[in-house]
Ligand binder design. Structure first.
Ligand code: SAM
Length: 255
């Protein structure tokens, strides 16, 4: 398998550090009956140790050469799906899912949004991502890294940065640090309409330097909300965004 040609377009950085692999598996803490789904198994760095624990492991991989290699392992508890994780229909899998993976960094944001839409089928997710992306996911209001991704993820998931992984743990080595993040869907999100919530959050952060009154003027005015719009988006807590979006929803209903 050492002959496999690395495909940059698929964000391929293979984990080679046994200590890191062990720590990831420890973080996942797989149990025999878990319905695990691994996104981007690659050459099986995490897949092989996981197979030791679970009754069945579903994986989705886009690279045909790697699929042939995974099928060649002849592991009867490994189910390999070929395709694009962004388009994959999770409904064909046993539920509820625990999703894991050292994700291709080039598609990490759209993938997180795809999984957000499917959160009702998910128990939890443990991912390796670029450290900068993980920092954005877990950022608190008032910080520079707090933005659309922080609000969208924290409104629906409990989020935690677990540990940082240096470039030397991969082959080929990426240019940046990576990190493991744990995401668990909140039992009950207070967001009443996800589409409107997404819209408000996107527009609010579209011009970070402007105060909200200016960013949101085509959607709602100060007198139509209890949230102080003289602030910048980064000052608003997750709960404030939820109030704002829910008040906006009432407005759109009465229009
Ligand atoms: N899990 C392996 C490891 O840790 O060594 C590989 C991780 S590598 C960062 C990302 C993997 O995702 C590669 O195997 C790549 O081919 C696969 N991949 C890239 N884009 C994908 C997509 N859209 N759907 C499914 N798999 C994808």
């Amino acid at each position: 398998m050492s002959k496999h040609k690395v495909r940059k377009r698929f964000g391929q950085n293979f984990l080679t550090d046994d200590k890191v692999i062990e720590r990831i598996v420890y973080t996942i803490a797989p149990k025999f009956d878990d319905n695990l789904l691994e996104i981007g198994p690659g050459k099986g760095a995490i897949t092989l140790p996981l197979l030791e624990y679970v009754k069945q492991l579903n994986v989705i991989e886009i690279d045909k050469d790697l699929i042939a290699m995974l099928n060649g392992l002849n592991k009867n508890n490994l189910i390999v799906h070929q395709g694009d994780a962004l388009k994959f229909d999770l409904n064909i899998l046993p539920m509820p899912l625990r999703v894991v993976g050292n994700l291709p960094y080039n598609i990490s944001s759209p993938l997180l949004f795809h999984l957000l839409e499917n959160r009702d089928k998910i128990v939890d997710m443990t991912f390796m991502l670029q450290k900068e992306v993980v920092k954005r996911i877990v950022a608190e209001h008032g910080s520079k890294t707090y933005g659309r991704l922080s609000v969208m993820m924290q409104a629906f998931f409990e989020v935690e940065l677990i540990f940082i992984v240096p470039p030397e743990s991969f082959n080929p080595a990426p240019k940046v640090d990576s990190a493991i993040v744990y995401l668990k869907p909140l039992a009950k999100s207070k967001v009443s309409n996800i589409k409107l919530f997404e819209k408000i959050v996107k527009v609010a952060f579209s011009q970070r330097r402007k105060i909200l009154k200016n960013c949101l003027k085509s959607l709602l005015l100060q007198r139509q909300t209890t949230i102080d719009l003289s602030q910048r988006a980064e000052m608003l807590k997750i709960e404030d965004f939820i109030v704002l979006a829910n008040e906006y929803e009432v407005l759109t209903d009465t229009k």
